[in-house]
Ligand binder design. Structure first.
Ligand SMILES: Nc1ncnc2c1ncn2[C@@H]1O[C@H](COP(=O)(O)OP(=O)(O)OP(=O)(O)O)[C@@H](O)[C@H]1O
Ligand SMILES: O=P(O)(O)OC[C@H]1O[C@H](OP(=O)(O)OP(=O)(O)O)[C@H](O)[C@@H]1O
Ligand SMILES: [Mg+2]
Length: 279
């Protein structure tokens, strides 16, 4: 059985579980369950703290896992990133009182609070900046107000937490993070199926199917507007001067593409969702 590590709590857990469900796997029913088997799909799920997942997978105790890229890098584990999963996006940034910090150089010799000392330490070492790292478990934005650090390095999503703490982002982007699939590096039966299924879920989320009718004379122009993945499907209509076209379009571009196709002369433009996909 393929042994899969899944976040048991936190920002990534719900979407990770939902993605696995959409990929056809049966996960836990009770949120307190730490282990469940899905024999029909030949996998076992282990529900673990996202921070620990890279350690389990890197050691080979588990085969693959879902975690954040920032957590993977912070762990220093030997696990490899195999795919981005299209959720859990965040950036990792330095922040501090605006009057004191404007660039990376301003950090020399000061106290920097973080829950990601591995990630931040590596970044500062590469950039030749020495600081005193203060390791905290969370809510690091309060460390400056409470006087245990001069600046912080933390996950930023909306930036709301920093703003409320009176801190401003400065210096370079430490990391662009996202939820990722990681692997121990040993190819196990079922791991490529898992990857393909998750990629299928991503495609189903990121694309729609667009159907439209268009005069034959305008077909090439229409296909340029919406080229699809390989090439649009073109079917004949009863009226020989018109054809029906079916094409995948990035969900975010749906209305834009519909406007352009309509303006070109396409009619009966219909959009439908994709439930599952394997490209
Ligand atoms: N708004 C966010 N806050 C925290 N982490 C986020 C956010 N958006 C995405 N993430 C990602 O989630 C992962 C952290 O998840 P984790 O469950 O360890 O912490 P958490 O969501 O802060 O939960 P907790 O603080 O309860 O432990 C990281 O990969 C981080 O980049
Ligand atoms: O930019 P924002 O949208 O405000 O989100 C970022 C904040 O969210 C996370 O904290 P979380 O709520 O997980 O608490 P924690 O610091 O205790 O982990 C993270 O550590 C930041 O503090
Ligand atoms: Mg947190």
């Amino acid at each position: 059985m393929l042994r899969i590590a899944v976040p048991n709590k936190g920002s990534l857990s719900e979407t990770a579980a939902q993605m696995l469900f959409e990929a056809g796997y049966t996960g836990r029913r009770d949120p307190r369950e730490l282990h469940t088997a899905d024999p029909r799909n030949g996998v076992e799920f282990f529900y673990l703290r996202p921070r620990d997942i890279a350690t389990y997978v890197g050691s080979g105790a588990l085969d693959v896992g879902i975690t954040g890229r920032d957590l993977l890098l912070d762990s220093g584990s030997a696990a490899e990133e195999t795919a981005e999963l299209g959720f859990g996006e965040s950036t990792f940034r330095f922040a501090g009182p605006a009057e004191r910090f404007a660039s990376l150089d301003d950090l020399r010799g000061v106290r920097v609070a973080t829950s990601y000392p591995g990630l931040v330490g590596d970044f500062l070492a590469v950039n030749g900046v020495e600081v005193e790292l203060v390791k905290l478990d969370g809510a690091v934005e309060s460390a400056v107000r409470l006087g245990v650090a001069d600046a912080v390095a933390d996950v930023v999503s909306t930036g709301g937490t920093l703003r409320k703490a009176g801190l401003e982002i400065f210096g370079p982007v430490i990391l662009e993070s996202t939820a990722v699939l990681i692997s121990s590096g040993n190819e196990k039966p079922g791991s490529s199926t898992l990857l393909r299924r998750l990629q299928g879920v991503l495609v189903a989320r990121q694309y729609v199917i667009m159907d439209y009718d268009i005069p034959v004379a305008l077909l090439d122009d229409a296909c340029e507007l919406a080229p699809g993945i390989e090439s649009p499907t073109v079917s004949s209509l009863h009226d020989p001067d018109w054809v029906a076209v079916r094409v995948m379009v990035p969900r975010a571009e749906t209305n834009h593409v519909m406007d352009e196709l309509y303006e070109l002369g396409a009619r009966a433009i219909l959009v439908s969702s994709i439930h599952a996909a394997r490209l």
